[in-house]
Design a protein around this ligand. Structure first.
Ligand code: NAD
Length: 710
């Protein structure tokens, strides 16, 4: 009946017609411009009485039903004017209403994921049959927007207000059973029988579907029970609302205001909310981030295709990091040998893994019988037996260049000639460590972040001699462990620490000027960081901080040195290590319920007062600028120096490795949002604070050519 690039129409028996979504050249169906255009053409055709259609089945030819709108098209769309954007959203509303008003019963067969626009499309049909393994949901909130094609309207009229809002503001995909219990779908069935089940629904529909339509579009009566449900939801959720992520609040307010309006007006209310959110900074940053993430995953897939899979790993050192790597490898299905020189370290490494697995069992995410199997796949050892058949060895012994070179040279003699050797060093140059090796081309950095099981980033560091096979295999190992690998070129601090320490340098300069560290923490947390710099230093450990800072000062003496002794060094000299020994910028005590209470340390105040170089009035805005300028400028330098190849890698590295505020999209997106010219002006304003406040040549060139980082 119709065959396009994304949609087909097939006539089945008894006048039943099948609309098959099958986007050419894509592994998933997305509601991109092409698909929407074809849907429009097809729906117009279906409305013609001459077709003698008696029922419509909408299904997918891909493993997922529809994963949503095509987010890559959002970037261009969101640049349009408010009225253009509104017109676009309204045109999709009228298409979806036209599907909803077809003069015969309609059913969606949700065979796999139906997310965002895909779920909205399914909500337009009279019936929904869902495979028992499928999921539905509205993840839009994670992109800083709300569903814009009728999702908030149709869902809030279909199920109770508290449940609808929970689905909309958490963005979590929902299982088939839940959807059936709530009446979001009419039937669930094993995948193989879904299509028959959907067709039988159409055959049996009679005229019942018309009643369903009336009910579905009818405004909700806001009675006392509705009010109670709404208030209960708002009470339970309000502590999670964050003004930096305005979508959830906007969704709650929008649904509240449209739920009792006539259907078309409700759709308009939703469309306006969508435009408001889409034009906001958070949505622009979060959509950009989503695209970056896809780009990174694609890049990793590219490496993976060329890589020999990693069947067995090994880790040297069973400490904080080594133990974490062993756990992560084992839980991801790659058996691993864990070597240390101390029996007690091995025991601790294994106990930590067991403890983490227990947590998974408790949460219902791991079967009890699988726990032992995973633990058995970690082989603790004090010797090099079992190293002959490993594919990748991760060295995670103490951060001491001499110890590392000797350990690396030792292990090289025990591994297969084609095995990869990787170091988890945080600071030591990969080229330097490679000097004592016989096969430096098979050596690289593999920098995990602490705690390994929670932090998504792994920097894969390419040294001067590292060959491509080594990189692909290490990337493959990181990806097999569920991590986001970013390939970076060797330099002091690699990407993440090279960018972080200029930020701490700025922090130290503020302290020397008499700005209170608690205030700095508060200001930076309000800016969006999960913790301010003083607290972060305590979490990292003051010994680690000082060590890394010294490496960076040595690596970039033109800009990363300090005026006088930095406060963190003096603090370390006083015996404070941060959270490790309960003493740092804050003092830590175990609180009720297993938590830790922190109070500002009086020792620090004393140390700071001794070092005061000035006592200036500094505004909150200046605090942000004085810390963010060095961080952003160093990010720019990393790009200019070819440490990474794209702005997306810089930003993803900072978000996944440092917890850079997601709603700001990363350092380079942040610079773009300020405007390059305006950012350069800010830098110049603070030039008296040293060489970290300096406009780079590359930034000047971009300003001259009018380009941005994205
Ligand atoms: P750690 O002190 O907790 O563990 C080091 C382990 O190495 C100890 O168990 C020690 O017994 C063992 N060891 C020492 N010599 C050894 C040898 N010859 N063979 C085998 N094992 C040996 O240290 P960590 O915090 O796990 O750090 C390990 C590495 O990871 C360092 O290079 C560090 O810079 C890096 N790193 C640490 C973090 C962090 O936050 N802790 C983050 C990223 C990277």
């Amino acid at each position: 009946m119709y065959s396009g690039k994304a949609v087909r129409l097939n006539a089945l028996e008894n006048g039943i017609t099948e609309l098959v979504l099958d986007l050419n050249g894509s592994s998933v169906n997305k509601l991109n411009q092409q698909t929407l255009m074809e849907l429009e053409a097809v729906v117009e055709r279906l409305h013609q009485p001459s077709n003698a259609v008696t029922g419509l089945l909408i299904r997918s030819a891909k493993p997922a039903f529809v994963v949503g709108a095509d987010v890559t098209e959002f970037t261009g769309k969101f640049q349009q004017s408010d009225s253009e954007l509104l017109t676009w959203v309204q045109s999709v509303h009228s298409l979806f209403c036209s599907i909803e008003n077809l003069p015969f019963p309609t059913v969606s067969m949700i065979n796999g994921l139906a997310l965002g626009g895909g779920f909205e499309l399914a909500l337009c049909t009279d019936y929904r049959v869902m495979a028992d393994s499928a999921k539905v949901g509205f993840p839009e909130v994670n992109l800083g927007i709300c569903p814009g094609w009728g999702g908030t309207v149709r869902l809030s009229r279909l199920i109770s207000i508290d449940t609808a809002l929970t689905w909309l503001v958490t963005g979590k995909p929902q299982a088939a059973n839940t959807a059936l219990q709530l009446g979001v779908v009419d039937r669930i069935a094993p995948l193989e029988t879904c299509r028959d089940s959907a067709i039988s629904l159409l055959n049996d529909a009679g005229s019942n579907y018309q009643e369903k339509r009336l009910h579905k579009r009818a405004p909700v009566v806001k009675n006392t029970s509705w009010d109670n449900d709404f208030s209960a939801f708002v009470d339970s959720y309000s502590s999670k609302l964050d003004p930096n992520y305005p979508a959830a609040t906007e969704i709650i307010n929008t649904v509240k205001s449209h739920v009792s309006l006539p259907f078309e007006q409700a759709l308009d209310t939703e469309a306006q909310a969508f435009v408001r959110l889409a034009k906001g900074d958070a949505a622009q940053a979060l959509v950009g981030l989503f695209i970056n993430e896809q780009q990174m995953k694609k890049a990793a897939k590219h490496w993976l295709k060329q890589a020999k899979p990693v069947a067995k790993g090994a880790v040297l050192g069973a400490g904080i990091m080594g133990g974490g790597v062993a756990y992560q490898s084992a839980v991801s299905g790659v058996p691993i040998v864990m070597k240390d020189i101390r029996e007690d370290a091995l025991t601790l490494g294994c106990d930590t893994a067991a403890h983490l697995l227990d947590k998974l069992v408790k949460k219902g995410r791991l079967a009890v019988q699988d726990k032992q199997h995973i633990l058995d796949s970690i082989t603790p050892t004090l010797h090099y037996e079992g190293f002959r058949d490993v594919d990748v060895v991760v060295e995670a012994v103490v951060e001491n260049a001499q110890v590392k070179t000797s350990v690396l040279a030792d292990v090289e003699a025990y591994i297969a000639p084609d095995a990869v050797l990787a170091s988890n060093t945080s600071t030591i140059s990969i080229d330097w460590l490679a000097q004592g090796l016989k096969r430096p081309e098979q050596f690289c950095g593999m920098h995990f972040f602490n705690p390994v099981h929670l932090m998504p980033l792994v920097e894969v560091i390419r040294g001067r001699h590292t060959n491509d096979q080594t990189i692909t295999r290490t990337v493959a190992y990181a990806a097999a462990m569920g991590k986001l690998p970013i390939v970076v070129n060797d330099c002091p601090g690699f990407l993440v620490n090279r960018v972080l320490f200029p930020y701490f340098n700025g922090f130290n300069r503020l302290l020397a000027q008499g700005v209170d560290f608690e205030r700095i923490d508060r200001v930076m947390e309000a800016f969006g960081w999960p913790m301010g710099p003083a607290y972060l230093a305590d979490v990292i450990g003051l010994d680690t901080m000082v060590h890394a800072d010294q490496v960076l000062q040595k690596g970039f003496p033109d800009r990363m040195t300090h005026d006088g002794e930095p406060v963190i060094e003096a603090l370390l000299a006083s015996g404070a290590l941060g959270q490790k020994n309960g003493r740092g910028f804050y003092e830590y005590e175990s609180g009720a319920g297993g938590g830790r209470n922190k109070t500002a340390s009086s020792t620090v105040r004393h140390i700071i007062n001794e070092r005061l170089q000035a006592s200036d009035e500094v505004s909150d805005e200046e605090i942000v600028d004085r810390l963010m300028i060095p961080l952003c400028t160093e990010s720019i330098r990393c790009l200019e120096d070819g440490i990474v190849t794209s702005a997306a890698e810089v930003d993803m590295g900072l978000i996944a490795g440092l917890g850079f505020p997601r709603f700001r999209g990363g350092a380079l997106r942040y610079v773009d949002s300020i405007g390059l010219q305006a950012f350069a002006k800010k830098i110049e304003k603070y030039h008296q604070h040293g060489a970290l406040y300096h406009v780079t040549d590359g930034l000047r060139k971009r300003i001259e050519s009018g380009s941005t980082y994205y």
